[in-house]
Structure formats: structure tokens, C-alpha cells
Design a protein around this ligand. Structure first.
Ligand code: IMP
Ligand code: MG
Length: 185
């Protein structure tokens, strides 16, 4: 069985079974959109999408929302030891954003150790936004190293490496409609 990102990136793998089907994802994404709209009934929502992994989730989420929505993108990546996020997270695209007075919802694909999200939240502190909330499609609570708050969560999953619905292994599989696990070759 393939577990953590560390394992999967050091051994060859093939596509495994579906963990969450496209139809189930679609239902959850619509519920999250409803929750976000309920919490932001009186103002515009600024979705701040964490690229690349969150691109599909963000596209479906945004299109499930009515009312005033703006969508912006940040490129997040962690460097150092390439097998796990190092806590040294690089954030690009931030300088061009005017966030003062906005109601931000960060859109993330997956919270694993929590380091990436933690770094982004730290960066957003002091940006002058009226509120900053977090929508994450997936969370692996057993992997958490840094505590982070997730306001809107799609699914909790076990410690398995997943691909599809925007998420990749070395650039592959992002286009798959379901979320799938991987198996050893
Ligand atoms: P964290 O900083 O450890 O929480 O890692 C978060 C980021 O690592 C996510 O936003 C993903 O882009 C990536 N990641 C973590 N686990 C997986 C996985 O199982 N599949 C694909 N990407 C993952
Ligand atoms: Mg991500």
C-alpha cells in the first residue's frame, strides 16, 4: 500500500482505485459553495486559488456560486527536500493583489502537513482583508505537523497519496475526473 508523499515519490507507481468519485465530489463542492455564500451573504467573495493543485476544485466551486465573486491565483510551492513540503514555501503572484477590505476565501486542494497553508495564512496576516477563510477539498489529519484551521472542508482522507481532480504526481494525472490512489508497480 502506498502511503505518504515520501514513499510515493521514491518508488514507481501506477494508478490505483478510485477513492472519491466525480459525482460525490460534485455534491460536496456544491454544499461548500452554499456554505460560503451563506457566510458572505452581504458582500463580494474573493477566491484566492492556490495553484496548481486547486485549479479544478476552484473552477467547480466558483461556478457553483451565485452573486459577486472574484477569482485570483497564487502559485504556491515548497522547496528543499523534494519529497515533502519543507515549510519553506514560496508564494508568487502575491504582490499584484490588492486585498485590503476584501472577504477572502483561500482555495486549497489538500492539506497534508499543514505547512503550505500555514505559510500562506502568515503571509495574509496584515493584508487588511475584512475576513480570511479557508476552503480545502481534502485533508489528511493524521499527517498534520502544523495546526491550521479549515473553515470549509470537502473530505477527510487517510494517509494515502492521491491524484486526479487537479492533483498530480510529477505533473501527471491532474485531468482525471475522480480522485484516485496509487499502487506500487
Ligand atoms: P502540506 O504543506 O504538507 O500541507 O502540503 C500541501 C500540498 O502538498 C498540497 O496543496 C498538495 O499540492 C501537495 N500534496 C500533499 N499531499 C498530496 C497528495 O496526496 N497528492 C497530491 N498532492 C499532494
Ligand atoms: Mg495545493
Amino acid at each position: 500500500m502506498i502511503e505518504t508523499a515520501r514513499v510515493i515519490r521514491t518508488q514507481p507507481a501506477r494508478l490505483g482505485p478510485v477513492l472519491i468519485e466525480a459525482s460525490e465530489i460534485a455534491g460536496r463542492v456544491r454544499s461548500i459553495a452554499d456554505e460560503i455564500q451563506r457566510d458572505h451573504a452581504h458582500g463580494k467573495v474573493r477566491l484566492l486559488v492556490a495553484l496548481k493543485g486547486a485549479w479544478v476544485f476552484a473552477a467547480d466551486l466558483a461556478r457553483s456560486m451565485e452573486g459577486r465573486v472574484e477569482v485570483d491565483f497564487l502559485r504556491l510551492s515548497s522547496y528543499g527536500d523534494s519529497t515533502e513540503s519543507s515549510g519553506q514555501v514560496s508564494i508568487s503572484g502575491y504582490e499584484e493583489l490588492e486585498l485590503s477590505g476584501t472577504r477572502i476565501v483561500v482555495v486549497e486542494d489538500l492539506v497534508d502537513s499543514g505547512r503550505t497553508l500555514h505559510a500562506l495564512m502568515k503571509r495574509l496576516r496584515g493584508c487588511g482583508a475584512r475576513s480570511v477563510r479557508v476552503a480545502a477539498l481534502l485533508s489528511k489529519p493524521s499527517r498534520r505537523i502544523v495546526e491550521v484551521e479549515i473553515d470549509y472542508l470537502g473530505f477527510e482522507i487517510p494517509d494515502r497519496f492521491v491524484v486526479g481532480y487537479g492533483m498530480d504526481l510529477a505533473g501527471a494525472y491532474r485531468h482525471l475526473p475522480d480522485i484516485r490512489t496509487l499502487l506500487p508497480l
